[in-house]
Structures are given as C-alpha cells and as structure tokens.
Design a protein around this ligand. Structure first.
Ligand code: ASP
Length: 342
C-alpha cells in the first residue's frame, strides 16, 4: 500500500532558488517541489505539501510557529503515515525540540530537515536531505513506523530532535547529538539503530498536542568577570519563572557569596533554576566539586546532559501545564521525551 507523507515547508534555505535576473536567493513555490526535485516522482509515496505563508528565515521563528506546526500535524494526523518539516537550520534544534515536547502520545515520525545550500543550486545538500527524510518518515516494519518520534535528519544522520544542536555554520554536517547516539546512519542503506529508537506500546492513548507554552524563561551563560548587578537584574526580571544556567564543565559555578545569594533569592521566589553545562558533550554532576555542591544545596535542578535548546523548550512546555510543585520536580528530573540520560 502507498504510504502518505505530509511535507510542511516553513522556510529556510532549502526552499530557495537563485533568481536568474537578480542573482539573489528567494523562496520558490514549494508546491512545485516536484519540478525542482523530479526524483520525488519515483517514490511510491503519496506526497502532499503545505507551504507556510510567508516562508520565513528560521532566525524569525517564535513559539507561534511551533503551535502552527503542531496544529497542522494534529489536524492531519490520521490522514498521513508521517510528517516531514522543512525548516531553516539556524533554529531547527529549538523548533524540533519544542515539537517533541508539544506532541503527546506520538506514534508517527515527524522528521525535521533543511539544507545548507538551497535546493535550486547545483551542489545542494537539500535534495538528499529531503529524499531521505521522506523515506525515513514513510518507513514501516511489521505495519508500524520505524521511528515514531520527532527527529532531525541531516547529512546522513538521523538524530533524536531534542538531543541536537546546530554546531557548524558552514559545513554540510550542521547538526550534532553529542550525548545520544544517532538513530540511523545513512549510507548505501539506512541502518537503523533500533535499541536507541523510542519504543511504543501497542496500546497508545490518543495523539494530542499541547500549545500552552510559557515564555517567561531565560538563559544565563556564566563567564569569569560577570557583573553581580547584571546577574541580579537578570534573575529579578518581573514574571520570570525559570532560568537555564549555563555553567562550566560538570555543572560548576563560582562560590562567591553574591552569586549563591542571588540564585537562592530567585529560587525562594519560585524561579526554577536549571543547571546545564556549557560543554557540548557530557553531563552536569553537581556532586563532583565543591563549586557544584553549593548549587545543589540551594535547590538548583540538574539538567544532566540536556542541551540548552531542549532545556528551554522543556521548561516552556512544563510551565504551561500548571503542574503541582511535586509533579514539576518529577518531570524536571526524568526524561519525558528521551531528552536526558538518567
Ligand atoms: N538562515 C537560514 C534559516 O535558518 C539558514 C538555513 O536555512 O540554513 O532559515
């Protein structure tokens, strides 16, 4: 039976083409994608496209776009076997992480991809990314989708979305997932890494989306020489509900009294402070050094090996759920979509 895939084009480099008159890159009509990528006609897959209006550079992404993607997927959930979201690379990890939290009881693939070179340019990486993302979104074994989760596919690697970050602005391998293995490696064939792919039970409650996101979150990257007043001001922003604190190494931060006091004051006001490492790989372990234990003792939550992109979007999602403090603490300390290792 023919599989059916819905392709959402939100914007980004992949959908651009050089205007022969001006030489400038601009979006082309994505519903005519088969003219640009005639290979798509060879697929035994029925493909429908939906272009967001207007297509945007992903630097302009807001949570409104995430809600729009979530609504489109919910409204078309039963009609398709899988979804491919074309998105600019700059904020793809934020959007894909957000969608991983916003989609509840997901049992179908949602594959984000894009490209570094527009699809209308000869040397594009977009064609391969697009074709393979569609193939992965449509892949089934024993009547079940092979990858029932939100993923990023880029340059021969399939990653769990909420484990990724953009690490290279110039090269084709733009994304990395340092703390979780690739879900598939693509060469002559697609090698799925089955033990690492989310397993779904045969009984699954109905698919649902949650679009209530709380934006009162901040990222504070610490650095030597940080001005105490600036730090205090950031933690005192009215309405602030959570701060992702990017610390050194395995979650270490200065032990200066002012630093600990300002954090303690914020936590006492109900602000969640999540400790995330500035390193690209490895985990926060606050009990390893004196400089981490101080944070643990005042109630800073360990982000473990979470990415900053995932920490922000997980907090936006959880804060939008009106959870009791006990439930909030439970969900912060365990993976809810495979985003941390415990
Ligand atoms: N600035 C572009 C975007 O993120 C870059 C890209 O698509 O790769 O939309």
């Amino acid at each position: 039976m023919n599989r059916s895939i819905l392709l959402l084009y939100t914007g980004g480099t992949i959908g651009m083409k050089t205007n022969p008159e001006t030489g400038v890159l601009s979006p082309f009509k994505f519903d005519q994608i088969e003219q640009e990528v005639p290979e798509l006609k060879k697929f035994n897959i029925s493909l429908n496209t939906l272009t967001f209006n207007p297509p945007i550079d992903s630097a302009n992404v807001t949570p409104e776009l995430w809600c729009k993607i979530a609504h489109v997927i919910r409204d078309n959930y039963d009609a398709y076997d899988g979804f491919v979201v074309l998105h600019g690379t700059d904020t793809m990890s934020y959007s894909a992480s957000a969608l991983s939290f916003m989609t509840e009881n997901l049992s179908k693939p949602i594959i984000f991809t894009g490209s570094q070179i527009p699809i209308g340019v000869l040397r594009t990486d977009g064609k391969e990314n697009l074709i393979t993302a569609i193939e992965i979104a449509a892949a089934q074994e024993n009547g079940r989708p092979v990858v029932p989760e939100v993923c990023v596919y880029f340059q021969n690697k399939l990653f769990r979305a909420n484990r990724t970050r953009k690490h290279n602005a110039d090269q084709f391998n733009a994304f990395r997932s340092d703390n979780y293995p690739a879900l598939a490696d693509v060469g002559i064939s697609i090698q799925y890494n089955y033990p690492c792919i989310r397993h779904i039970d045969s009984f699954m409650p109905p698919f649902n989306i949650s679009t209530n996101l709380d934006r009162n979150v901040i990222v504070i990257k610490i650095f030597p020489g940080m001005n105490p007043e600036v730090f205090r001001a950031m933690l005192s922003i009215p309405g602030l509900r959570a701060a992702v604190l990017e610390t050194y190494g395995s979650g270490n931060a200065p032990t200066d009294e002012w630093f600990i006091d300002y954090l303690e004051e914020a936590i006492a006001r109900g602000v969640i402070v999540m400790n995330v490492t500035q390193c690209h790989a490895g985990t926060v372990a606050m009990d390893r050094y004196e400089t981490g234990i101080r944070l643990q003792n005042i109630g800073v939550v360990s982000g473990r090996d979470i990415t900053t992109e995932s920490a922000i979007t997980k907090l936006m999602y959880l804060l939008g759920q009106n959870l009791s403090p006990v439930k909030m603490s439970e969900y912060l300390n365990r993976p809810i979509r495979g985003e941390i290792t415990v």
